[in-house]
Ligand binder design. Structure first.
Ligand SMILES: Cc1cc2nc3c(=O)[nH]c(=O)nc-3n(C[C@H](O)[C@H](O)[C@H](O)COP(=O)(O)OP(=O)(O)OC[C@H]3O[C@@H](n4cnc5c(N)ncnc54)[C@H](O)[C@@H]3O)c2cc1C
Length: 316
């Protein structure tokens, strides 16, 4: 790569504003963003992540970083003027002129109350509201990354499991699967009304797990249904008869309360024909991963697992 190319940022902030709001269900709000140069961003699909920079009370988006060193600029801001930044998934990307006359990008926000700035912003969002989105830069000449769905070639037995925060990512991945690809998809959501329409190819089996089904008096605890469903699903997989983990697991050093729970296999690694992608609340994800590797015989290099949020902790 040339010196000039290396100076082009891989990711950069894009000024964006709310074009449309769609309440998909009690817990999901779809926000469609547009912006004058949003066509210059280039999401890769799958579980592509972006950063949302939210207005600071009293300051809006004044001082919002704009340059290639956006992260340095952002960190250098005084605390009271630094925009809250949260990670979200690109649910859809329409690069050509849509209704807005320019590119459109959908983010599905989980509404979990007003304890966090992102959820609180989404609860009050109105058409025209402004944010900044840090997203892949179309002008960068190399791969821009920012997604973790990388099953090794030949992986024939795919498992995707997550809670509501992973629903946008899993739905986007699920829609990309080809007919004949065998995949089991498990999605835990807050209520029965949060089951979203999802069209998938033959061979992809999707199960929604509402914590609060219409006929129950109280909701199940977060993660309980998903954990049970993952245990049952891998018990039924033919490849689960592979006897021992290829790489022994020691996850005693993973502390979900102080660190980031994030481990993804390198491209093309993973030997068993199976591949699992797990995301959601970090404590739950750690438990799922442990089950797959210690009990179900998954090679740890065939399991991508990501803590998307941590109960009781701000994602700063
Ligand atoms: C790669 C990646 C992709 C993601 N994609 C999406 C996405 O597409 N849609 C989406 O909604 N989220 C997504 N998330 C999760 C999102 O970033 C977190 O939920 C984030 O904490 C929300 O920020 P906040 O400001 O609302 O809450 P914070 O300020 O981070 O947290 C405030 C409080 O709310 C709690 N909290 C945070 N999230 C939840 C929740 N979902 N349910 C209940 N309590 C919660 C925290 O434990 C804390 O106590 C993604 C995360 C990652 C890492």
């Amino acid at each position: 790569m040339t010196v000039e190319a290396l100076q082009i940022p891989v990711y950069r902030p894009f000024a964006a504003r709310v074009w449309r709001l769609q309440r998909l269900s009690p817990s999901f709000l779809r926000v469609t963003f547009t912006g004058s140069d949003l066509d210059q961003c280039a999401p890769n699909g799958f579980d592509q992540r972006i950063k949302v920079l939210l207005p600071v009370p009293g300051h809006g988006l004044a001082d919002c970083p704009t340059g290639g060193d956006w992260y340095g600029e952002w960190r250098a801001l005084p605390d009271e003027r630094r925009q809250p930044m949260r990670t979200y998934t690109v649910r859809h990307w329409r690069p050509g002129p849509g209704g807005t006359g320019t590119a459109e990008l959908d983010v599905d926000f989980v509404l979990h109350g007003s304890t966090g700035p992102a959820s609180a912003w989404a609860e009050r969002a109105a058409v025209g509201d402004e944010v900044a989105l840090v997203a892949p830069n179309a002008h960068f000449p190399g791969p821009t990354g920012g997604f973790e769905w990388r099953p090794p070639a030949g992986a024939s037995c795919l498992l995707l499991a997550g809670d509501e925060t992973a629903v946008p990512a899993i739905c986007a991945i699920a829609e990309s699967l080809s007919p004949g690809q065998r995949a089991r998809i498990l999605l835990e959501v807050p209520t029965a009304a949060d089951v979203l329409p999802l069209t998938v190819a033959d061979g992809v089996e999707v199960t929604w797990l509402p914590r609060w089904p219409a006929d129950a008096a109280v909701p199940a605890p977060h993660g309980q249904l998903l954990t049970a469903a993952v245990v049952a699903a891998v018990r039924d997989l033919p490849a689960a008869r592979i006897p021992a983990p290829v790489t022994p697991l020691d996850d005693s050093d993973i502390d979900v309360d102080t660190g980031i729970l994030w481990e993804v296999p390198e491209d093309g690694v993973g030997s068993s024909g199976r591949y699992a992608w797990l995301a959601g609340e970090a404590g739950m994800v750690k438990g799922l991963r442990r089950h797959l590797v210690q009990e179900a015989g998954y090679d740890r290099m065939s399991v991508a697992f990501m803590g998307y949020w941590r109960r009781g902790r701000v994602s700063d």
